[in-house]
Design a protein around this ligand. Structure first.
Ligand code: NAP
Length: 292
């Protein structure tokens, strides 16, 4: 069997077109959606992510504010900047690119963002509300995975879903969204005793670990939907240095029913959903109600 390719890049283009349409409609009503992105330090990988986010906003007609702060910025300075953005009515979403330099505590930074502008969905108020099914924002990567599954028409009610990786930003919210959709969910972490025994049961397998090609074809149930969130680089061989996922695509593609490539799978969807969250936030702008 050769799996169907799940084209996240193409779906992201469709979503961004809708975002551009929605942004124009909101702007016409006097509220241009706005996103503020803060990068602290000079990590090249983070700089690429941030550049892509700002570019995507500009292309969709979302107003963007980009702060690039030096690597030795103090936590107090960063928190003061977040307070300014919290109070700025032209900003509907605030994203602080992670990871942050060692002198800054990421939890304090996330906690300082107004939950109503927390378009990453990482604030404890939104993370907690996800448990009850009603967050203001869903974290972008798991939200994007749910959109991909929806587009594929994957039946989730009663399905066995296995999430490998239990981080606060991907694995845990992913599991909650799958649970809400009616799946029977297993979450695996680094202590899981027999990982293949779990992955081989999965009708839907989502992998978010950060380990180059750790899930091989023999760990995949024939016909399963495989979503690879991982973003790693080949450490050796002819493709050394090029992007790869947590799934060994070449072996898994012969077993799965559908699979995301890396790159071109989950990555573009994460940016698209950030923009969707910014639009959702702008729709709650009180100026729209006043004008109505
Ligand atoms: P993370 O915070 O490092 O979490 C990794 C998770 O994997 C942890 O829960 C860890 O378990 C678990 N784990 C580690 N080794 C394992 C093993 N052998 N078997 C099972 N589970 C294991 O990582 P993250 O932020 O969630 O990111 C995961 C990957 O997704 C990275 O490659 C990252 O770059 C990528 N990512 C991609 C996007 C995108 O848009 N495409 C977005 C976000 C992240 P413990 O809890 O026991 O430590």
């Amino acid at each position: 069997m050769t799996a169907r390719l799940i084209d996240g890049a193409a779906l992201a283009v469709q979503i961004k077109q809708q975002v551009a349409h929605d942004a124009a409609a909101l702007t016409a009503r006097g509220v241009q959606p706005g996103l503020a992105v803060i990068l602290v330090g000079d990590s090249q990988a983070s700089a690429v992510y941030v550049r892509n986010k700002v570019k995507a906003c500009e292309q969709a007609g979302i107003h963007s504010v980009f702060d690039h702060l030096p690597g030795d910025t103090s936590q107090a300075t960063l928190l003061a900047r977040i307070a300014e953005l919290n109070a700025d009515p032209s900003v509907h979403g605030i994203l602080v690119q992670l990871p942050l330099p060692a002198q800054i505590d990421p939890q304090s930074v996330i906690a300082a963002i107004d939950p109503a502008k927390d378009v990453d969905g990482f604030h404890v108020r939104n993370a907690g509300a996800l448990m009850t099914g009603a967050p203001l924002f869903k974290p972008c990567t798991p939200y994007g995975v749910m959109k991909m599954l929806e587009q594929l028409g994957t039946p989730l009610r009663g399905a066995e879903a296995v999430v490998v990786g239990a981080s606060n930003i991907v694995g845990k919210p992913m599991a909650l969204l799958l649970l809400q959709a009616g799946a029977t969910v297993t979450i695996c972490n680094s202590k899981t005793r027999d990982l293949p025994a779990h992955t081989r049961r999965a009708d839907v397998l989502v992998v978010a670990v950060g380990r180059e090609r750790m899930i091989t074809g023999d760990m995949v149930k024939p016909g399963a939907i495989v979503i690879d969130v991982g973003m790693n680089r080949y450490s050796s061989g002819p493709k050394a240095g090029k992007l790869c996922g947590d799934v060994d695509f070449d072996s898994a593609v012969n077993v799965a029913g559908a699979i995301t490539p890396v790159p071109g799978g989950v990555g573009p969807m994460t940016i698209a959903m950030l923009m969707v969250n910014t639009i959702e936030s702008a729709r709650r702008d009180p100026r729209l109600k006043e004008a109505a």
